[in-house]
Structure formats: structure tokens, C-alpha cells
Design a protein around this ligand. Sequence first.
Ligand code: ADP
Length: 516
Amino acid sequence: RAISTQAAEALKTQPSQLFIDGKFVDAASGKKFDVLDPTNSLYSPAVKAARRAFDKGEWPRMSGKQRGQIMYRLAELIDRHAEELAHIESLDNGKPVFMSKVADIPLSAEHFSRCLGAGLHACLLVGVLACSPCSSVPPSFSLCKYFAGWADKLHGKTIPTDSAFGKFFAYTLHEPIGVVGQIIPWNFPLLMLAWKVAPALAAGNCVVLKPAEQTPLNALRFAQLCNEAGIPPGTVNILPGFGPTAGGAICDHPGVDKLAFTGSTEIGKLIMAAGAKRVVPVSLELGGKSPLIVDKNVDVDKAVEDTHFALFFNHGQCCAAGSRTFVHADIYDEFVEKAAKRAAQRKVGDPFTDVEQGPQVDEDQLKKILGYIDIAQREGARLLTGGKQHGQKGYFVEPTVFADVTDEMTIAQEEIFGPVQSILKYHTTEEVIERANNNVYGLASGIISNDVNFINTVSRSLKAGTVWVNCYNVYDHAVPFGGYKMSGIGRDKGEYALEHYTQTKAVYQALEPNQP
Ligand code: ADP
């Protein structure tokens, strides 16, 4: 690089500590971080490779059918390596290995090539609720295709036109956007990757993806499988790294044509601002504080089980967790007692043993959750069970239930992302609709009821991207997922996801020939 000798000399003694009170000192934490030279940034080669792959490479130029076939092969490889991927996922994230086996890995494979129906979800529920390892799940689910199947179905429209200047017809082309920068969280590492990468690839885009710093392992294993499946080099690039550095570099890189993010609302705002600087489209799947409303005339035992699953699934580390359990006053006392009993029975321990709940993902999350438990007690919520770290080693949290939670309490407003259930009492339908919507988030919601009028009224009134009626945490690849309000912009999954990865070109063509 053409830097002066003087500057090169100065760089040798360049200070790198904090400057406080006239002195350079180490940070109290003792921690250091790397500063990147943006010209030679480690992240540039990845975007450069994706640019080359998109601008000159095969992927966007091959037929949809060919792309679909390669994606299908990739899905089969995920299936074939399911056991190993499930173990890596549990090692990296801490979720029970049987959960990785029945949910995370097969759902990821299915996203590339669709195959499971209600079977998995029933099995998933049974597995979670009864904690019975799902030996009934077939080892391979690659029977037919979902996003692989979309690759050859992305066609536009022919539009009749009427013009005083002559005869024309017009048609639209649905073209890929280009190089897509994707940033994902740690709660479902491979599944969140699949939600992002599969529609992008189906539409012919090239991808630069950053997994969460806590859970990069399966994303890298996935990269190996991409090579094995025959995805051309540069089409999928995986950049493990930290948010502000690796994530920030992707967001700000002029070679990136679109940003897609799943994570906290706080970081989502930064991603949106980065997109605004270069006017690139941004899709965001952010936080939630989802209400789950239990009507009066229901089977209380079943409602307790369903609401327990809605919150405690994946240790409460779900953006869609049913984290505000509204219960009708008529059944409140019985419900509260049984919900506490159910949570107290929840098996917590080593994720490689027969448990329902492993550790939270890291120390930061552990501290954050214990902090919320402390605030809840100080603000007057009634602690029924749990409330502490489970054991002394690892980042386990006791399944915790609070009753008598009120709307203004911090735990009713903010996302805890941990195994902490908050139960709120309500009296009327109008009241519960208003209270359920009284939140900045609008990701998901649920209703447990036998009254069709109640279900119809409430499902249409809730300001949320998903409403689960007499079920929760059901995810089908064909059904869109995303948020209202501060829970995000756009939808993952299904046909709707493809809208974020294609752009529409209108072509007018004269019907009169241009003859000399
Ligand atoms: P969580 O609180 O669940 O960890 P985050 O929103 O902090 O959620 O992180 C989700 C993803 O966003 C991770 O991959 C993380 O590294 C990334 N990230 C965090 N900060 C930034 C940032 N400033 N710019 C880009 N990506 C970021």
C-alpha cells in the first residue's frame, strides 16, 4: 500500500488502548478487538466472490430446473448427514439433541426440499411435551421439494397494453436481486440459515451469510455440503464473525444489493439504517412479546400444556415465544397452580441426555434472564416456581413461572428470551384484545378456545404476523412468517419470501416489426 514511511513508522507505535485522564490504559474487562482496514477488509473477498458469481457465474444463468436439482441434492445431503448435524447443533447451541434431530435439522432439509406434513409437528409436540425421543421420525424426509421446487416457477406476467403510439405488448421478468447479505441469530442456527439461503438461491441470487458468533459450526458444515452438492464457487459464502465487524462490513459493502436479517429489534434498526444509506432493500425478522390468550371454557390441563410448550420450547429462546400468557379470570387460579407444577417438572440438564431443556446459549443470556427475574420480583410479580440459575456449572436457568403479571411490568413489555413464563389475568374479550396489542412488537400470537366467535373476533383483531389457534409453534415452509410493528418488515418462508429475493422488470415490445 502507498503509505508514507513516516506513517508506516508511526503505525508501529500506534496507541490501541483507551485514553482516560491523559493516559492510555487497558479496558477494565481486559478485552481487545480487531480494527479492520476497510480497503483490505477480510470481508471484501467474500463479497467479491459473490459479485463475480452473480455478475459472470453460472448460478443466475442456469435454468430454474437445474438450480432446483442442485438444491434438491443439497437437501438430500443435509438429510444424509442429519445425525451429525444434529449433534453439532446441540454442541454449539445447547439444545437437547433429540430436539435438533426432530426439529432443526429435518426442517432445514425440508426448507430446501419439502416433504414433511403434519407428522413432524405432531411428533415435535409429542417429543417436547412428553419428552419422548421421537424414534418414529423417518431418517430421510426428502420426498418432494419446497424451495427447490420454486426455482423453475418464478415467472412473470404478460400484460395487455393500450397506447396511442402503436401496438405493444408488455411482460414482466422476475429477476434475482444480486448479492444478498444475510445475518442470522444463534437460536436455530441451521434452520435460520435455511430460511434465508433457500429462497435466495431458488431465485438465482448469490449469498454472503454471517452466522451468529455463538453458533457458527453448522453454517460451515453447510458450506462443505454446498460444494458437495455442486453449488458453483462464490454462490454461497459463509463469514463467521462478530456483529459490528463482520455484520457491519456486510451491511456497508457497496457490492451487496440486499440485506436480510433475523435478530433483535435494536440491531434491526442499525441494519435498516445501513440499507437506507445505499438504498438497498432490507427485510427484517425481529423481536416479539407474543400474547397467548386462554379463553374460559377450555380443558385447563391441555391449555397448561400448550402454553407451557409455547413459552418453554427451545428454552424460551424463540422470537415467537408465547411470552404473555393471558388467562381468563374464571379459570385463572386453577391454571396458575397447574402451570407452575408443569414447569417445576420440566427436565433440565445435559442436552445429550434425556432432557427437555439444556443450557441457555451463553453467559450474557444467562445474566440477562436472571436480571429480568430479579426485576419481576421487585416490580411485584408473584414467583411460583424457579427463579434461579439451575446448578452451578453451565448456563442453565430453572424453568420459572410468574403469576399476577401486569401490563406495565418490565417482563410484560420486554423480550426475555429465556424460560420465564408470565401469566396475566383478564376478564373480557375487548379488554384482552386491547392489552394483547398494547406492545411495540407484533410477531406472533395464539388463542386457546372452543368458541368460534371468540376465535374469529380475536384472530382478526390481533396485530401480529401469525396467529396460532389451539396450537403453537407450528411452522410449515409454505406459510409466511414475519412481524407487524417493531417485529420486522417482510416475510420469511413460503411464496412470500421469494418477493424479497426477486425484482420485477417490465419489458414493452412493439408488435410492429422494425424493417428497413
Ligand atoms: P441476539 O441478541 O439474539 O444475539 P442480535 O441482534 O444481537 O441478537 O444478533 C443477531 C445477529 O446480528 C448476530 O449474527 C450478530 O452477530 C449480528 N449483529 C450484532 N450486531 C450487529 C451489527 N452492529 N451489525 C450487523 N450485525 C450485527
